[in-house]
Design a binder for this molecule. Structure first.
Ligand code: HDD
Length: 703
């Protein structure tokens, strides 16, 4: 499935590498047609295999070497192709990067989303940071924005990255736990390295459990520079905002999904693109004129553990990215894509952020091992669309047949070509930042405050977000054995907020600190997930639970209303196949309810019908399904006779009007007193668009 737009320059290039194996005969790597691929060449039908069987040897050799090292972090990912385009030409004043300055350009992109901690075979939904890496194949070369779904990072200096990752990854003696921050070494490190606290607050929030890659933000994290033709620089922070809004799973649900569908997020991305519901993100920039570098009293722009609140420097929307094509081959594209933070184009440059600087070394370095040598840029997914010509040569996996003998510069034997572009010819010119200092292993005092921004984050959360953060700390710190680590963590939390520390302490058997910490009282609404767009049900998955005797008309009406608005509707029956509606019509079931959990859906709907209601109410799995959806704060709709399910599940019946319609906190009811009408459809659709209804009291719900 691909967009109706003409193929991007990258797609045209990739087309030359695509091979349909159905064309022609089965051959060896050397193009020799194979006689038989099911029987080895043997000395007689019962004799040993002969060494001369080059097809057998090649087949096994190729198989034996299929695996390459997984990424040392962000190993599990999912990718998609698409394009990016700026809205207007206003950025041309700030940068010579043409893809940012020229609104007529549609720049091809490849995006890889990922989880940080787990291995390649782990699940999609653990509590974790999500990678959000974007490659722009621009006419001036590749620009890679290698970010995550959180705007800050754990550490200030890349020299701490190996320590951080060692502490976060499964422990070295037993390789436990898979994809979880809830273990001793991680919290030992965090408790001794308080610069991690801001990122840890994000990690304990719902941001660490995205409902979909289509519903999470992306951040470039560091401060970068834009540089214009006159050499003037503007500091910049990159933001991706999903048009579907930012939405998360709840923790219990995420745990269960890890078992039910470990591929939950990658499947969602794949299916959305196949269905033509192309994920979209708006690129926004925080632009800071160079002369304002020191205007932010409490934040050093070079500190990646801090953000600049949007209220202080607004995010200017500049363009739009659409992901409209799934990869043809996971390994060739998603696995072999090699992002490099040092991939910048003229008009974009680095700052002296010590985390960013270390990254400049690490990415190309890791790829030497991961992709087997220095020619990773020649892999199809990595090739720029801009022309490539240089004096580098050879190395493992060389693909280019370079002509001529002048492989050095300067030369006269090759007419002196390729020539250097210089500044005038569009050559990349490093920003002439004045650097003045003695070598020393020390950090500026402006990096010393590790508590104000975690406090800012905490203060910015809605009530339900705070509850989720407290619950997350209780779960993850509750898994930590040594008491002294728990205690030290609570002391740190007390410096962020006293109430937070008290609540966490009470849940993990640690004495709550008596002294109140300093909370500066400031907040930033943009940091909360509670206030984003909530108008669309596009791509939400709705389960309609049916059984023989169901009110088929109502099921059909609601299915049509939801599908029309872009929701994906599945009919779940007692078994796969068909159910017979009350009027005798056959209804095709998508799948048996026993094979799936409510956690795989965003909302549940149970139409009426007398016999169906009797069957459903007495089916423990259905009762649990509905109760669990309610407990996870999802919209639940029940109609007609199926309202008896509310009694069975102990869900609170909302007050009903004269027509038997009622809605409360996403529980939408149409009793048998009336028929399904606009009020029900509007309320149910709106409840799905609002995503979750955390004001419900759910502690007593048994699910
Ligand atoms: Fe990194 C991969 C994001 C700091 C070293 N990083 C990697 C990926 C993402 C990030 C999304 C996966 C890219 C893909 O999909 O292939 N990393 C970040 C962010 C950071 C960050 C947002 C801080 C702001 N990283 C960071 C530091 C270092 C690294 C400080 C080392 C000094 N990162 C790597 C790496 C990886 C990587 C080891 C593993 C695989 C790869 O690069 O190609 O080099």
């Amino acid at each position: 499935m691909s967009s109706e737009h003409p193929p991007t320059a990258k797609q045209t290039r990739l087309a030359a590498h695509r091979r349909d194996p159905r064309d022609g005969y089965l051959t060896t790597d050397q193009g020799i047609r194979v006689e038989d691929t099911d029987n080895s060449l043997r000395a007689g039908t019962r004799g040993p295999i002969l060494l001369a069987d080059f097809h057998l040897r090649e087949k096994l050799m190729r198989f034996d070497h299929e695996r390459i090292p997984e990424r040392v972090v962000y190993a599990r990912g999912a990718g998609a192709h698409g394009w990016f385009q700026v809205y207007d030409g206003s950025l041309a004043e700030s940068t010579t990067a043409e893809f940012l300055g020229d609104p007529s350009l549609r720049t091809p992109v490849f995006v890889r989303f990922s989880t940080l901690q787990g291995g390649r075979g782990s699940a999609d939904t653990p509590r974790d940071v999500r990678g959000f890496a974007t490659r722009f194949y621009t006419g001036q070369g590749n620009f890679d924005l290698v970010g995550t779904n959180m705007p800050v990072f754990f550490i200030q200096d890349g020299i701490k990255f190996p320590d951080l990752v060692h502490a976060l990854k499964p422990e070295p003696h037993n390789e436990i736990p898979t994809a979880s921050p809830g273990h001793d070494t991680f919290w030992d490190f965090v408790s001794l390295q308080p610069e991690t606290l801001h990122h840890v607050m994000w990690l304990m929030s719902d941001r660490a459990l995205p409902r979909s890659y289509r519903m999470m933000q992306g951040f470039g994290v560091h401060t970068f520079r834009l540089v214009n033709g006159a050499g003037r620089t503007t500091f910049v922070k990159f933001h991706w905002k999903p048009t579907l809004g930012v939405h998360s799973l709840v923790w219990d649900e995420a745990q269960k999904i890890s078992g039910q569908d470990p591929d939950f997020n990658r499947r969602d991305l794949w299916e959305a693109i196949e269905a033509g519901q192309f994920p979209e993100y708006e690129l926004g920039l925080q632009l800071i004129p160079e002369e304002r570098e020191f205007d932010f009293d409490d934040v050093d722009l070079l500190d990646p553990t801090k953000l600049i609140p949007e209220e202080v420097v607004p995010v200017t929307p500049v363009g739009r990215m659409v992901l409209d094509r799934n990869p043809d081959n996971f390994f060739a594209e998603t696995e072999q894509v090699a992002f490099r933070v040092d991939n910048v184009v003229p008009g974009i440059d680095f700052t002296a952020d010590a985390l960013l600087q270390a990254r400049l070394f690490s990415y190309p370095d890791t790829q030497l091992t991961r992709l087997g040598g220095p020619n990773a840029a020649q892999l199809p997914v990595n090739q720029p669309v801009a022309p490539v010509a240089h004096y580098q040569q050879d190395g493992f996996g060389q693909q280019t047949v370079r002509q001529g003998r002048a492989n050095y510069h300067p030369n006269s034997l090759g007419d002196g070509r390729p020539v250097v572009a210089g500044r005038q010819g569009g050559g990349f010119t490093h920003f002439p930042e004045r650097i003045d200092g003695m070598p020393e292993r020390r950090r500026s005092q402006t990096f010393a405050d590790h508590y104000s921004q975690p406090t800012l984050f905490w203060n910015s959360m809605s009530l339900w977000e705070k509850e989720h953060i407290v619950a997350a700390f209780r779960v993850e710190l509750g898994r930590v054995g040594p008491r002294h680590i728990r205690e030290l963590m609570v002391q740190h939390l007390n410096r962020i907020d006293h109430e937070l520390a008290q609540l966490v302490a009470a849940g993990i058997g640690v004495t709550a600190p008596a002294r109140r910490g300093d909370n500066h009282g400031r907040g930033s609404r943009a940091l909360s997930q509670a206030y984003g767009p909530r108008h669309s049900v596009l791509g939400r998955k709705v389960a309609i639970v049916v059984a023989d005797g169901v009110d088929g008309d109502t099921a059909a009406t609601l299915r049509a209303a939801l599908t029309e608005r872009g929701a994906l509707v599945e009919l779940l029956g007692p078994v796969d196949g068909v159910v017979t509606a009350a009027d005798g019509a056959a209804l095709a079931v998508t799948r048996a309810i026993g094979g799936v959990g409510s956690v795989l859906y965003d909302a549940v709907l149970v139409p009426g019908g007398n016999d169906a209601a009797i069957a459903l109410v007495s089916d423990g799995y259905v009762v649990h399904f509905v109760a669990e959806a309610y407990k996870h704060a999802k919209p639940v709709g029940v109609l007609g006779e199926a309202t008896t399910l509310l009694t069975q599940t102990q869900l609170p019946m909302p007050a009903l009007d004269d027509d038997g319609f009622g809605e409360e906190l996403g529980l939408v009811v149409q009793s048998a007193r009336g028929t399904v009408g606009d009020a029900f459809v509007t309320a149910y659709v709106d409840a799905i668009a609002r995503h979750r209804h955390f004001d419900r009291a759910v502690d007593a719900i048994a699910a």
